[in-house]
Structure formats: structure tokens, C-alpha cells
Design a protein around this ligand. Structure first.
Ligand SMILES: Cc1ncc(COP(=O)(O)O)c(C=O)c1O
Ligand SMILES: N[C@@H](CCCC[NH3+])C(=O)O
Length: 435
């Protein structure tokens, strides 16, 4: 059964339960489309990374990559769990500040950070800036000189690894817009500028090899490549890194075909590789940082939709349309991402039909799921698309001027609205008249 691949229960009435609440009650109370998160699952995911490092007795920081899902409530959960926070823009940083997130636990990323974003980071005394390019170094130097301040940084390097994932979400390969390439000497150029800098404290290196990765080999190779470079800097100028950040990318289960590793396995393998290399170089073990995004929130999120019209094309396909689609989940259209779904009101009924789930946008590509086995579908049924917690809300748009759905958190049988549904007034609120 589809529901067996996902961490949700079904009640005696056959309704999907999320965090101890009947999903139909949520659909009724808040309307659809609706993003619902089981906060208990978010906490469990976060703790499995944090606990592994504790068990291994290594200094580590787990930074939640807030691009996966950023909202004030989510940032507050990350704070409660003792995580650090990876932000990549003024908006994500502002969200963190509004959430009261401790600034020293915030890390700023981005391949084109603006002067304003860098200044905001410096003014707020955030914990670390991950330097991506030479232009950024120039901007940051100017700001720090003007303000006579210092800040901790990591150099983001691109190790030249083709991770086993979709081309658009692969980031560590040589031909990438991110970071300084290790192979062609760009990383060395950044290092020469940054080590022994008056205002910039170089703490170590960062690399992120890609996203939705199901094996540990790529992380091992990345660690080895980072250490090959570090060895040179150790020999040349006695540079010993205090921090190594291995990024995020830990894969989750969207469908039955996905076979993710338990999160502790990634952490254990990374620690083993860093330990082995540190021993080889005879340096102390650097602090290990990771930046999981999808693996913290992905499987905790469910998108609820109401079924509307359908179109049967004999011998070809049955289309069933829902009240959302690519505007609230662009991933199927953008990456051909696959999802599974159940009827929330018939979650354990055997499938009797196969339908393709269409969104309501004026776009043929607005399909959420192709060929989904379901029980008999009626208008008004609630469809629950599973594992939509990462890069759904955060990549949502107002295409066709569709309003963004609300977000509800559920924990221990209690539900709470954490992002209000947009209204049509919200959609036109920045429009100005031209009459
Ligand atoms: C630098 C960096 N860190 C962390 C992440 C989070 O990745 P994921 O959500 O796959 O864990 C990303 C996105 O891929 C990223 O680019
Ligand atoms: N947005 C991508 C992953 C993010 C990549 C970020 N570097 C996805 O939905 O899978």
C-alpha cells in the first residue's frame, strides 16, 4: 500500500492522520490546497543527525538549510532543536531574525550575495559567511573595513564530483555556478586572499555535492578531495581548518522506488572520512558541519487538495484535476519529480482505477502525478500528496495569480496555522494603477 512507504497513520475510518489529527478535519477547517507538517517528524529528523554526532563524540553543527522550507514557525522549530540555520538571501535572513533565531547560529550562502545582504549579515553579527566568489570577497572587505568589524567565513569549493542526481540539483560538479573550483586553482586563489586577512577569519572549507543523494560514496570522495587541498595549505603555510562543512543533500523517500539511507549512516561515514584524513595529516579533527534541508522537512509535509473535474480519454488516460498544482509544487514540472498520493478519506482502500493528477494552471505541463493507482475518485474527495515538505512551499509561485496555500503545523494532536492563506487582495497588493 502506498501509505506504507510514508510515516503516517490511518484511523479506523480510513482517514489519513497527520500528527494525531484527521487530515479531513484539517482540509475542512483550513481549506485546500493546504500544506500540512507533522512537526514530530521534523524534530525526529533533526534529532537523528544531532544525536549521531553526539554519539560519535565529535564537535559538529547541523544547520537546517532553510531554502527547503522557510517560515517563522519553521525557523523557530529549528531553534528549539538547537540547529544552526543556513540562509541564502535577505528574505531568508530576515525570516530568521523575525523568528528570533540566534544570529551567531546563522550561516549565509549564495553565489551572488548583494552588498546589502552582506552588510545585513555583518550588521547582525551572523555566525559565518560561506564565500562563493572573488567579487564577494571584495564587497565583504569593503563593508568590514568601513565598519571596522571581523567575521568568520568558509570558502565554498566545488570539488568536481558528478553526484548521482538530477542535473538541475547537482552542485558539486566542475561545471557549476557555485563556489571556487578545486581543480583549476580558483580555490587556491581565494585561500591566498583570505588566510591571514585582517578582517576576515578563515575557518575552513565548505562543499555541497548535490541534492537527493542516496549513497555515501560522493561525500567520501569530496572529503578526500578537500583534504588533498588542505594538505597543500598545511605544508605551505601551516593552515589547519577549524571547520569542514560537507553541505546537505541527504536523500528522502518520495516513492516506493526510493531507498534512502538512515540519516545516521551519512553522518557516521562523513565523520569516519574526516577522522581518517585528519589522522593522516596529523591535525586535530575539525568541527564538522552539515546542512540538511530536504531530509529535515521533506517527509514531514503533506499537500492536501480537493478533487474537482475529471476528463476521461478512452484507451488513453484519465485526468483528474485538483485545486492546486505547479504553483504550489513546481518539482514535477521542473525536475520530473515523482510523488505518491492517497485519497485522504479512503487511505487504505484498494486501488480500483489509475488516474493522472492534473493541476489547475493553464499549462499542459501542470501535472502532479502520472498514472496513480487510486480507489474510485469523486469530486470533493481530498487528495493527500505525500513527502511534499521540502521545496514545495518555498518554490511556490502565483502563476495564473493563484493564491499561495496556507501552512498548518500539527503536533501531538494539536493543529496550528503558521502561514496564512494568501487572498486575492494579497495578490494585487503591490500592483499600481496605470489609468
Ligand atoms: C549549499 C547548500 N547547502 C544545503 C543544501 C540543502 O540541500 P538538501 O535540501 O538536499 O539537503 C543545498 C541545496 O541543495 C545547498 O545548495
Ligand atoms: N530545489 C531543489 C533542490 C535544491 C537545490 C539547492 N541547491 C529540489 O527541489 O529538489
Amino acid at each position: 500500500m502506498i501509505i506504507d512507504h510514508h510515516p503516517f497513520e490511518v484511523n479506523a475510518a480510513g482517514h489519513l492522520m497527520i500528527g494525531g489529527v484527521d487530515s479531513l478535519t484539517l482540509a475542512e477547517k483550513y481549506g485546500t490546497p493546504l500544506y500540512v507538517y507533522d512537526v514530530g517528524i521534523i524534530r525526529k529528523n533533526a534529532r537523528s543527525f544531532v544525536q549521531t554526532f553526539k554519539d560519535l563524540d565529535v564537535q559538529a553543527k547541523v544547520a537546517y538549510a532553510s531554502k527547503a522550507f522557510s517560515s517563522i514557525a519553521m525557523v523557530q522549530v529549528a531553534k528549539q532543536e538547537g540547529l544552526c540555520l543556513d540562509v541564502v538571501s535577505e528574505g531568508e535572513l530576515y525570516t530568521a531574525l523575525q523568528a528570533g533565531f540566534p544570529t551567531e547560529r546563522i550561516h549565509l550562502h549564495g553565489n551572488n550575495k548583494s552588498r546589502e545582504e552582506l552588510k545585513m549579515a555583518v550588521d547582525e553579527n551572523i555566525g559565518c559567511i560561506v564565500i562563493d566568489n572573488l567579487y564577494e570577497i571584495q564587497l565583504l572587505e569593503e563593508i568590514l573595513r568601513e565598519e571596522n568589524k571581523t567575521i568568520d567565513v568558509l570558502i565554498r569549493v566545488t570539488p568536481g564530483i558528478e553526484s548521482n542526481t538530477h542535473q538541475y540539483i547537482m552542485t558539486g560538479n566542475e561545471d557549476s555556478k557555485f563556489g571556487f573550483n578545486l581543480i583549476n586553482g580558483q580555490a587556491d586563489e581565494a585561500f591566498q586572499l583570505l588566510h591571514n586577512h585582517g578582517h576576515i577569519q578563515l575557518k575552513g572549507l565548505h562543499c555541497h555535492i548535490g541534492s537527493q543523494i542516496f549513497e555515501t560514496e560522493g561525500f567520501m570522495v569530496a572529503v578526500n578531495l578537500l583534504f588533498d587541498q588542505l594538505e597543500k595549505w598545511l605544508d605551505q603555510v601551516d593552515f589547519v581548518p577549524e571547520v569542514l562543512n560537507l553541505g546537505g543533500g541527504y536523500g528522502i523517500r518520495y516513492t516506493e522506488e526510493d531507498e534512502p539511507l538512515a540519516y545516521h549512516i551519512y553522518a557516521e561515514k562523513i565523520v569516519a572520512a574526516v577522522r581518517e584524513n585528519s589522522e593522516r595529516l596529523n591535525i586535530s579533527l575539525p568541527e564538522i558541519w552539515i546542512e540538511p534541508g530536504r531530509s529535515i522537512v521533506g517527509n514531514a509535509g503533506v499537500s492536501l487538495y480537493t478533487i474537482g473535474s475529471s476528463k476521461e480519454i478512452p484507451n488513453i488516460r484519465n485526468y483528474v484535476s485538483v485545486d492546486g498544482g505547479m504553483a504550489d509544487n513546481i518539482r514535477p514540472a521542473l525536475y520530473e519529480a515523482q510523488y505518491e498520493a492517497v485519497l485522504a478519506n479512503k487511505a487504505t482502500e484498494e486501488p480500483t482505477t489509475t488516474v493522472s493528477i492534473a493541476g489547475k494552471a493553464c499549462e499542459s505541463g501542470d501535472m502532479l502525478i502520472w498514472d496513480l493507482p487510486l480507489p474510485e475518485v469523486q469530486p470533493g474527495d481530498v487528495l493527500a500528496v505525500l513527502a511534499t515538505g521540502a521545496y514545495g512551499f518555498s518554490m511556490a509561485s502565483n502563476y495564473n495569480r493563484l493564491a499561495k496555500p496556507a501552512v498548518v503545523f500539527v503536533e501531538d494532536g494539536m493543529d496550528r496555522l503558521v502561514v496564512r492563506r494568501e487572498s486575492v487582495e494579497d495578490i494585487v497588493k503591490n500592483d499600481l494603477s496605470y489609468e
